[in-house]
Design a protein around this ligand. Structure first.
Ligand code: BGC
Ligand code: NOJ
Length: 814
């Protein structure tokens, strides 16, 4: 069952009912000011950091779901009916409803009793604000008397403190009101340690306002039944402490067929430390007024929206496919790249499942997010790499997370996740292959943000490489530490008490527990490190790296091999994890995917066997499960992985993130049919028809789909912020469709199913455009002829030549 449809021409997903199985959300904002908005107008807004600079309040864990948003109430004064364009929070039945989530904007078009409301909401490219334009149209045959109320509830900036520290926070709230109530300022804590405030303003005179939540709602009501809306009369309340809000009232008399439009702007403003006040206790409003003045007219809004749309159009033109497979085209050209931008911006910080008050930016997460983003805006990727590397320690280990506002490592989680260092090589290599910019490798980058101990970025990568090379266990495999990519494989943790964090309990170092997955990473990214060394002319270091890689490769195909598949790890007693010897959890997906994509066991014939075992033991109709058989008991020596009920999350869920690893691994072996089959199983556009089972948004990936052992097999969870976005884009764009950036130029080596058909790709790479036409000839892999600008080239790589702006490429498979 579907709850909407894709409108590919408009680059939108159209939701036709507010009653989706879960809130289906969108992200507004591309740089620093962000809003989340659901298909019922729920959501929240923040500047840079969802924890530290939260503008509007959200209610976690609430019933109904998705409580609090930026709401408009429409009151029809003839019959006193009240409704919202997004249906929530009043939930009055609507005569029509449509929500369109586009790239950085959403629209809502709804009607009731012959009154139509159209809301457009977005964050403009250049300003720290959200613009919401609402148009109300009277389609009755007679005059309509309408009262429009706006409503946002302020968060007292630190979202974590805001939901805990009531003894203080109920006394700190402060506001200012200007323009007769059209402009409402939120200035809590501005007097002392903050130089920022927020503002919510409308471009028209109002009939009143409220800034006190209790006055607006009434002490015993929720946003579904505000007293003020019921009374039809706001109270002009000026909040002092308690819960400040911003609400405007506008009374309208509309003739038959008449429309009126209002523009609401929610903004974040900073003042210089020495220019905070315009009078004692009166905030300096100049920058706010300047910003608000930019969005006073419908033309200005239309222009800002057009800018946003052309920005996205241009970005998406960096990789564009035209094939016979509508769903592939839609995901590659629109939604997968869009999700890559969102994961780049958010890491795992703020979604409907990441509260914004927990994790900040993840070291491994953000490094992987770069893989799917670097082709979009390489300059932002460059800065991100430097920021991430700045949270590394001198021994190569790294803070596992950092706060986006401060860019400082989070010491409550600390370090000790032994895969982290190698992901820095992955991200940097992707950037250099994309841009050819070697200067980044020579940038001086601090350790733990301390510039006095800075090294070049290349020096950091050496630390990363050496960390793994010097932290090996009894089998010559890399030590796992607190966990590797699988946060729940906590082999040194041994937690027996509720409430302890599996990730931070127990020692960060264990001298015995080893990871075959990290071995796969070391082989893959060690080689990418060696190539960077060569580019910088350091052959000796490249040779040394390759010697180290050889040792780990050997360990992976011996101690890391279980007979039919790769072992997952060795625990703190040196017992195998993910082996036929185990009672539960005999096979894990991660080492099969990653070792094979790293090339381990290909020439020895192990790779074929490993992937066959994956197909036999882990595959389902909804994707490949992370492990089998699921753990039914808690294994103290394994940690969180066995804490989940069978079929969920890391315990035998379909963890979407590592499905592309297996798909890529299949392309390494030339299995186009199977690679694509795996791609399709978790691909949102391919499972849109089962939205009632899948539940999460059909335009983006979820972190997990419940596995075969789970009661709700096929149900998606944790949509949006997942490494699945980047890895799937890498898989489809670089391996299946086969356009892979190397240091020497783009390589063309597709691996597609036999019936995929011919396809065309436009790829912007460095400063040139590549128009690539692939003639498939029914082949799954292999290029028999590659022609570039009319000349045949040998091999798969289109040699990059500086100055050539256009490459017309014909690749004939066969
Ligand atoms: C989840 C993991 C996640 C980790 C983050 C665990 O509970 O299962 O998916 O990476 O928490 O701390
Ligand atoms: C989600 C985390 O964000 C990611 O870092 C981790 O690799 C996966 N869960 C698997 O545990």
């Amino acid at each position: 069952m579907k709850y909407g449809y894709f409108d590919d021409n408009a680059l939108e997903y159209v939701i036709t009912t507010p009653k989706t199985p879960l809130p289906w959300i969108n992200y507004l904002g591309n740089k620093e000011f962000f809003s989340l908005i659901s298909n019922t107008c729920g959501g929240y807004t923040f500047y840079k950091d969802a924890k530290l600079l939260r503008l509007t309040r959200y209610r976690y864990n609430n019933v109904p779901y998705d409580n609090n948003g930026k709401y408009f109430y429409i009151k029809d004064n003839t019959d006193s009916s009240v409704w919202n364009p997004g249906w929530q929070p009043v939930k009055a039945a609507l005569d029509s409803y449509e929500c369109r989530h586009g790239l950085g904007y959403s629209t809502f078009t709804s009607s009731k009793n012959d009154v139509e409301a159209k809301v457009l909401t977005f964050v403009p490219m250049e300003d720290n604000c959200e613009v919401s334009q609402i148009t109300i149209t009277n389609n009755k045959g007679k005059d309509a008397m309408i009262s429009l109320f706006s409503y946002v509830e302020w968060c007292l900036w630190n979202a974590d403190d805001d939901m805990k520290n009531f003894q203080r926070n109920l006394s700190t709230g402060e506001v200012e009101v200007t323009d007769g109530g059209s402009t409402l300022y939120h200035k809590t804590e501005y007097r002392e340690r903050r130089n920022h405030y927020a503002v919510y303003s409308v471009n028209a005179p109002v009939d009143g306002f409220d800034t006190s939540r209790d006055a607006f709602l009434g002490a015993y009501n929720g946003p579904d039944s505000p007293d003020v809306v019921a009374d039809g009369k706001c109270t002009n309340s000026v909040a002092s402490g308690w819960s400040p809000i911003a609400s405007h009232q506008i009374n309208l008399q509309l003739k038959p067929g008449e429309s009126k439009t209002f523009i609401f702007v929610l903004a974040y403003v900073e003042n210089p430390e020495d220019d905070k006040w315009e009078a004692p206790s009166v905030i300096n409003k100049k920058p706010a007024i300047a910003l608000l003045s930019k969005y006073k007219t419908e033309d200005a809004v239309a222009k800002a929206l057009a800018e946003l749309k052309s920005y996205w159009k241009e970005l998406l033109s960096n990789y564009h496919i035209s094939s016979k497979n509508e769903k592939v085209d839609r995901m590659v050209n629109i939604w997968n790249q869009y999700q890559c931008m969102v994961t780049f911006n958010m890491s795992r910080s703020a979604s409907y499942y990441e509260s914004g008050i927990g994790r900040g930016m993840g070291f491994r997460d953000s490094c992987q997010d770069l893989l799917g983003f670097v082709h979009l805006i390489p300059d932002r990727a460059r800065q991100r790499i430097i920021d991430i590397a700045s949270t590394q320690f001198q021994d190569g280990s790294a803070y596992h997370q950092y706060q986006p506002l401060t860019k400082k490592g989070n010491s409550d989680i600390g370090s000790g996740f032994n895969d982290d260092p190698l992901w820095l090589i992955a991200g940097t290599s992707a950037y250099v292959r994309e841009t050819g910019d070697l200067s980044i490798l020579k940038e001086m980058v601090p350790f733990d943000n301390d510039m006095s101990v800075a090294k070049t970025l290349m020096g950091h990568l050496k630390c990363s490489f050496d960390f793994t090379a010097t932290h090996k266990g009894p089998h010559g495999l890399p030590l796992i530490g607190r966990a590797d990519w699988n946060d729940c494989l906590n082999l040194n943790c041994f937690s027996e008490h509720p409430g302890e964090s599996f990730q931070t309990f127990g020692p960060s170092e264990g001298p015995v527990a080893e990871s075959v997955f990290i071995a796969g990473m070391f082989v893959k990214y060690g080689e990418e490190y060696a190539q960077l060394c060569e580019l910088l002319g350091d052959q000796a270091e490249a040779d040394r790296a390759r010697d180290e890689i050889k040792k780990v490769y050997e360990a992976a195909i011996t101690a890391g091999w279980d007979g039919e598949w790769f072992v997952r790890a060795y625990d703190a007693y040196s017992h195998k994890v993910g082996s036929k010897e185990c009672e539960e959890g005999q096979i894990y997906i991660e080492p099969q995917g990653f070792c094979v994509l790293a090339g381990i066991g290909v020439k020895e014939g192990l790779a074929e066997k490993a992937l066959k075992s994956v197909e036999e033991r882990l595959d389902t109709k909804y994707g490949v499960m992370i492990l089998q058989p699921a753990y039914t008991k808690y294994h103290l020596e394994l940690g969180e992985v066995s804490s989940y009920p069978p079929g969920y999350k890391e315990n035998a869920g379909i963890f979407c993130h590592n499905n592309p690893w297996v798909s890529i691994a299949e392309t390494v072996l030339g299995h186009g049919d199977r690679a694509f089959e795996i791609y399709k199983k978790t691909c949102p556009a391919y499972i849109e028809d089962i939205s009632d089972v899948h539940c999460t948004e059909p335009y983006v990936y979820s972190q997990m789909v419940a596995g075969r052992d789970a009661k709700f097999f096929g149900q998606g969870k944790n949509s949006w912020l997942t490494g699945t976005a980047a890895w799937t884009f890498v898989n489809i764009s670089q391996y299946i469709l086969g356009v892979y950036p190397t240091h020497k130029g783009l390589s063309i080596d597709p691996c597609v199913p036999a019936d995929f058909g011919d396809f065309e790709i436009t790829r912007k790479y460095r400063d040139a455009v590549y128009n690539i036409s692939v003639k498939q000839n029914g082949a799954q892999k292999g290029i028999k002829k590659l022609t570039v600008n009319g000349k045949e080239v040998s091999g798969n790589v289109i040699p990059y030549e500086e100055g050539v702006k256009e490459y017309n490429v014909v690749a004939e498979m066969g």
